[in-house]
Design a protein around this ligand. Structure first.
Ligand SMILES: [Zn+2]
Length: 81
């Protein structure tokens, strides 16, 4: 099975860089995937086997959570008893 990662600009069909983030890469490597296809920072469509993926960056969502202190470790609002 292959994974195709696509990210588009809001309100348009323009595609943007879709390199998986560090957390996605960890999950991808746990799955039995043959290849991962995405658009790199140069705008090129690239294909890698999961074990050959470059180290990922932190996602915008993760940076936001870290900046605001809403990381999983610090969050209590989602905990259930
Ligand atoms: Zn991700």
């Amino acid at each position: 099975m292959s994974l195709y990662v696509v990210r588009t600009q809001r309100h348009s069909d323009c595609v943007l860089e879709s390199t998986p983030c560090e957390d996605c890469i960890k999950t991808i490597r746990l799955l039995d995937l043959k290849k991962v296809v995405y658009i790199d920072s140069e705008g090129d469509v690239v294909c890698h086997r999961p074990k050959d993926l470059p180290s990922g960056n932190r996602s915008a969502g993760k940076r936001f959570l870290e900046r605001t202190g809403l990381t999983k470790k610090n969050s209590t609002c989602l905990q259930t008893k």
